[in-house]
Design a protein around this ligand. Structure first.
Ligand code: FAD
Length: 410
C-alpha cells in the first residue's frame, strides 16, 4: 500500500480545485490533487461543452495570474460586450453596455472544459504538484498534537499525509461529509436545461436573459456570431418534457420562449438537465480542513455567479494560507483557516440571498409585483450612474485579494 506526504491535499480538480492547486503550487507549496474524473483534454473541432460559465473580470484576472487565461483564449472564449434583460410578464427592460463604463467587455462566456483543461495542463507542468487521477478520497482522520496532520485514504488504498485538506469536490462534497460539517439548503423547484444552439440572427456579443414566470432563460453568446449556449431554468416537469422533444419541436419552443429575439432557433445540439439547489455549509473550515466552491455553497445560475464566487474563495484561502506560512504556523491551523471563512462566508450568503430574492420576484405573477418590477427595471435602465455601478460590481466582483486584482506579471 503506497504512502505519500504533501503540504496541501486538494480533493477535486474542477475549476475551483484546479485554480486552488495552481495558486498554492505557484507560491512554492507542495500540492497533491486527487481527481476521480480527470478533465477532458481533447475534443473534436466544432464540439462544444454543454456547460459554460459567464466569468467576471475578477475571475479572468485570477486565471491570468495563474497563467491559464492565455491558453483559454487560444482554445475558445467569447467576450460579451452587452447584457439585455427583460421581463416576460411585464414591460421591464434593462440594457447594459460595456462601453458605458469604458470597458471592452462585461465578461466572457467560457466552456467549463476549456477552463479545467487549461488549469490541468498548467498543473501537469509543475514540479510542486502531484496529480492522482481516477481515484477518490474515501476517509480521513487528523492526528493530534501541535504538528497535527491529515491522514487521507483513497479508494485505491493509497494513503496521503498532509498539513491541510481542501475540499473542492463539488456540491456532494465527501470532504464536507467526512468532516461532519452540516449543509443546509433547499431545491429551487427549477431544473436548468442546457444546450448549444444556432440562431437566425447574430447575438451581437450580447448576453440575453428573459425572465419567464417559470424561470429565467439565458442565451449566452459563443465564438461564432449565430451560436449561443442556453441555460433555461424551468419547472422540473417542463425541463424533462423539453429534454425529450424532437429537435424541430424543441427549436420552436425555444424560439417562442426567447420571443424570437435572435430570430428563429435554426438548430440545437444535445441537451442536458441539472436540478438546481441552493446549499450552504454551516462552516467552511474545521481543524486541518477547508471547503471551497460548490463544496461550500451552491447558488441559482440566474446571475452566473457560482464559479465566480468559488474563485473568490480560492483567492482568500490562498491569502490565509500564505499568511499562516509567513507566521510559521501550520497550514491546518484553525485560526489561520478562520481568516478565510470570515473573508468569504458573509459575501457568499449575501449573494445567495440576492439571487433567491431575484428568483422569487420574477417568478411571481402578482400584478402589483409586476408593476414594481416594471418600474424598478425601467428606473435602473434610465439611470446611467446606477447602471454603471451595477456593471462595475458585476464585472469586478467583491473581494480585495491581490490574486484577483493586480494584473499578472509577465
Ligand atoms: C446550469 C448551470 C449553469 C451555470 N452557469 C454558471 C455561470 O454562468 N457562471 C458561474 O460562475 N457559475 C455557473 N454555474 C455554477 C458553476 O458551474 C459551479 O459553481 C462550478 O462548476 C463549481 O465548480 P467546483 O470546482 O467547485 O465543483 P465541481 O465542478 O463539481 O468539481 C468537483 C470535482 O471534484 C471531483 N470529485 C468529487 N468527489 C471526489 C472525491 N471523493 N475524490 C476525488 N475527486 C472528487 C469531481 O469529479 C469534480 O471534478 C452554473 C451551474 C449550473 C448547474
Amino acid at each position: 500500500m503506497s504512502e505519500a506526504s504533501t503540504t496541501a491535499l486538494i480533493v477535486g480538480a474542477g475549476m475551483n480545485g484546479g485554480a486552488m492547486a495552481l495558486a498554492l503550487a505557484r507560491s512554492g507549496i507542495d500540492v497533491c490533487v486527487i481527481e476521480s474524473r480527470p478533465p477532458l483534454l481533447d475534443w473534436p473541432a466544432g464540439d462544444y461543452d454543454l456547460r459554460v460559465s459567464a466569468l467576471t473580470r475578477a475571475s479572468q484576472n485570477l486565471l491570468d495570474k495563474l497563467g491559464a487565461w492565455d491558453e483559454m483564449r487560444a482554445e475558445r472564449i467569447a467576450p460579451y460586450r452587452a447584457m439585455h434583460v427583460w421581463d416576460a410578464a411585464g414591460r421591464g427592460t434593462i440594457h447594459f453596455e460595456a462601453q458605458e463604463i469604458g470597458e471592452p467587455d462585461l465578461g466572457h462566456i467560457v466552456e467549463n472544459r476549456v477552463t479545467t483543461k487549461a488549469l490541468w495542463q498548467r498543473l501537469q507542468a509543475l514540479d510542486k504538484v502531484r496529480l492522482i487521477e481516477n481515484d477518490e478520497l474515501v476517509a480521513f482522520e487528523r492526528t493530534s498534537g501541535a504538528r497535527a496532520r491529515i491522514r487521507a485514504e483513497l479508494a485505491s488504498g493509497r494513503r496521503i499525509h498532509a498539513e491541510v485538506l481542501i475540499g473542492a469536490d463539488g456540491a456532494r462534497s465527501k470532504v464536507r461529509q467526512l468532516s461532519g460539517i452540516a449543509c443546509t439548503g433547499w431545491d429551487y423547484d427549477q431544473h436548468a436545461l442546457v444546450a448549444t444552439i444556432e440562431t437566425e440572427q447574430p447575438h451581437q456579443a450580447t448576453a440575453w436573459q428573459r425572465f419567464l414566470p417559470s424561470g429565467p432563460l439565458a442565451l449566452l453568446p459563443l465564438d461564432a456570431p449565430r451560436r449561443c449556449s442556453i441555460v433555461w431554468s424551468t419547472a422540473p416537469d417542463h425541463a424533462e418534457e423539453l429534454l425529450e422533444l424532437p429537435e424541430a419541436a424543441f427549436n420552436r419552443q425555444l424560439t417562442s420562449a426567447s420571443e424570437a429575439r435572435l430570430g428563429r432557433i435554426l438548430g440545437s445540439g444535445p441537451r442536458a438537465v441539472f436540478p438546481l439547489r441552493r446549499s450552504h455549509a454551516s462552516a467552511y473550515v474545521a481543524p486541518g480542513v477547508a471547503l471551497i466552491g460548490d463544496a461550500a455553497h451552491t447558488i441559482h445560475p440566474l446571475a452566473g455567479q457560482g464559479v465566480n464566487l468559488g474563485f473568490l474563495d480560492v483567492a482568500e484561502l490562498h491569502r490565509a494560507l500564505l499568511n499562516a506560512m509567513r507566521r510559521q504556523r501550520p497550514l491546518g491551523d484553525l485560526a489561520a483557516l478562520r481568516r478565510y471563512e470570515r473573508a468569504r462566508k458573509a459575501d457568499n450568503l449575501l449573494m445567495q440571498a440576492g439571487m433567491d430574492g431575484f428568483k422569487r420576484l420574477f417568478s411571481n405573477t402578482n400584478p402589483l409585483l409586476r408593476m414594481l418590477r416594471d418600474n424598478g427595471m425601467n428606473l435602473i435602465d434610465h439611470s446611467p450612474p446606477l447602471k454603471r455601478l451595477i456593471m462595475r460590481q458585476a464585472l469586478e466582483g467583491r473581494g480585495s485579494s491581490a490574486l484577483l486584482h493586480r494584473p499578472a506579471t509577465p
